[in-house]
Design a protein around this ligand. Structure first.
Ligand SMILES: Nc1ncnc2c1ncn2[C@@H]1O[C@H](COP(=O)(O)OP(=O)(O)OP(=O)(O)O)[C@@H](O)[C@H]1O
Ligand SMILES: [Mg+2]
Length: 255
């Protein structure tokens, strides 16, 4: 891949906690621009830790992380904050502010980062994003407690796309949701990805059938290293017993 085609690049990234437990043991990964990359791996493999490194929320012990060619270690706090504007994030829990309504939740990052806008302009952008993810105005003034799980995800997603990010990160977007809402959220991820040409989507997922359905590329994290990276068919055709065991579930489901 040429440098222009890479959204995020990790090179020999190592991270140890408490001076002994090494979680990332030399991660090498090039996440392509404009595609959907799904990160899979067993619980505790270090997927969320890797995400935090991509966002610059954690610093590696050694190695480098580049976002659109910019080495994060060279950025000061202000520049790093600017860099984060390129990212939209959807957390597992949706992480909405409970004391804010639907529309206030989406207005929040816009007001924070686009201080020159008038309140009415901020509201208009927020309303547009909520409509994009399929939430009607009858829900705009409800508090999160009054929303279903799937609706909360939609609000979280509207907030994630509020600043028109270049990279969307999803950490376990469907874990804990029922199969119907899971499918709705998966479709929403796909639709959101197509909204803007060139958008890079990176998804951590436990849901293998969905991972294989959504992904252009899959990266498998195991024991602190990228065990395999490639298109879904690379995984399905792998003769490695470990990979075969992991994807057998997908094959059974006929995806
Ligand atoms: N801030 C931290 N301090 C110490 N250890 C941490 C910290 N964050 C994560 N870890 C450890 O790093 C390891 C990987 O955690 P991580 O949350 O990245 O796993 P994961 O692959 O996202 O798992 P899951 O699929 O369950 O979300 C775990 O053993 C965890 O205890
Ligand atoms: Mg995690």
């Amino acid at each position: 891949m040429s440098a222009q085609e890479i959204a995020v690049e990790l090179k020999s990234v190592r991270k140890k906690f408490d001076g002994e437990h090494e979680v990332l043991k030399g991660i090498d990964l090039e996440i392509p621009k404009g595609k959907i990359t799904v990160i899979i791996g067993f619980s505790g493999a270090g997927k969320s830790v890797m995400f935090k490194h991509i966002l610059g929320l954690m610093r590696p012990d050694s190695g480098s992380i580049k976002v659109f060619g910019q080495d994060l270690s060279e950025l000061n706090d202000v520049a790093l904050n600017n860099m984060r504007k390129k990212f939209g994030m959807l957390f597992q829990s949706a992480a909405l502010f409970d004391d804010m309504t639907t529309i206030e939740n989406v207005c929040f990052p816009i007001a924070e980062f686009k201080r020159h806008l008038k309140p009415s302009e901020i509201q208009d952008i927020a309303a547009e994003k909520l409509k994009m993810v399929g939430l009607g105005s009858e829900h705009f003034n409800k508090y999160p407690a009054a929303l279903s799980g799937g609706m909360k995800k939609r609000v979280g997603l509207a907030r994630a796309i509020a600043l028109d990010p270049d990279i969307l990160l999803y950490d376990e977007p469907t874990t804990g949701l029922d199969p119907i809402i899971t499918e709705i959220v998966d479709n929403l991820i796909m639709d959101t990805h197509k909204l803007r040409a060139g958008l890079t989507s990176i998804i951590i997922s436990h849901d293998l059938p969905a991972a294989f359905r959504l992904a252009d590329e899959i990266a498998m994290l195991d024991a602190g290293l990228i065990k395999l990276f490639g298109e879904p068919k690379v995984f399905l055709e792998s003769s490695d017993p470990f990979i075969q065991k992991f994807v057998s579930k997908v094959k059974v489901n006929n995806v």
